[in-house]
Design a protein around this ligand. Structure first.
Ligand SMILES: [Zn+2]
Length: 240
């Protein structure tokens, strides 16, 4: 069992390394997604501003149409004024004209407000577009870095998987499956050292009989608390 435990211990070193590689790769993929999301958000904000701009432009066009209609009305009333015979009618038409002039003044004011809002929006959109361009450049170069790192990670993963494949040929399938299940349940650690009467996986004291068995038997010994497979680190292991 000593030799098998050594194999499992080495297998676990590779598996922990693979876990770390995969974790790093997932982290990088997550970062890419977050960066894309950031771009989407910025593009969405610009689109919203552009939609507001179209709305303001449309409003301005409607105001200008009303203004043109009112101006025509005034011009027609002023022509009518010349042919009016009675004082009463003259006063009525004059009143209409001054009311229409009041309306045109209000419409002109509203058109000016729309123009000033359009100026604001135009400069906001320009600033946002400049920002977006910078962001796109930064994100694009960061993504190149990320893809480069992922490629290197995949090379490492590939090499380790190949080493792992040849390593597991020396381990009994039943033991390997036990090891795999233990790793799933025990945060990646299936094989742990027993030292000074304790399991270094869960840090609990081992019953003396269990600990002593590690010295005297070649059978597989597991921790009664965390079920991990135990091994003793012998002096010649450290010298290697
Ligand atoms: Zn334990």
């Amino acid at each position: 069992m000593g030799k098998t435990m050594k194999l499992l211990e080495n297998l676990q070193v590779i598996d922990l390394k693979l876990d770390a590689w995969h974790g790093e790769k997932n982290g990088l993929l997550g970062e890419t997604t977050a960066l894309e999301g950031q771009l989407e958000t910025e593009r969405g904000s610009i689109a919203a501003k552009q939609a507001e701009m179209s709305e303001v432009e449309q409003g301005k066009r409607e105001l200008e149409e009303n203004l043109a209609a009112e101006t025509d009305n005034i011009a027609r009333s002023e022509v009518r004024l010349k042919d009016i015979k009675t004082q009463k009618e003259y006063q009525a038409v004059s009143k209409e004209i001054s009311a229409a002039k009041k309306i045109t003044a209000e419409l002109e004011e509203q058109v000016l407000q729309k123009i000033s809002r359009m100026d604001e929006l135009r400069s906001e959109i320009e600033a946002m577009e400049a920002n977006l361009k910078l962001l796109e450049e930064n994100i694009s170069s960061r993504k190149t870095e990320i893809l480069d790192k992922i490629e290197k990670l995949e090379e490492s993963i590939h090499a380790d998987v190949a080493e792992r494949d040849s390593m597991i040929k020396g381990i009994q399938p039943a033991l390997l499956s036990r090891y795999t299940k233990l790793r799933e349940r025990r945060q990646g650690l299936a094989v742990v050292e027993a030292k000074n009467g304790s399991c270094l996986g869960c840090n609990m004291n081992l019953p003396p009989q269990v600990y002593n068995n590690l010295f005297s038997t070649e059978n597989l010994i597991t921790c009664p608390h965390c079920q991990r497979m135990l091994f003793l680190r012998r002096q010649d292991d450290d010298i290697q």
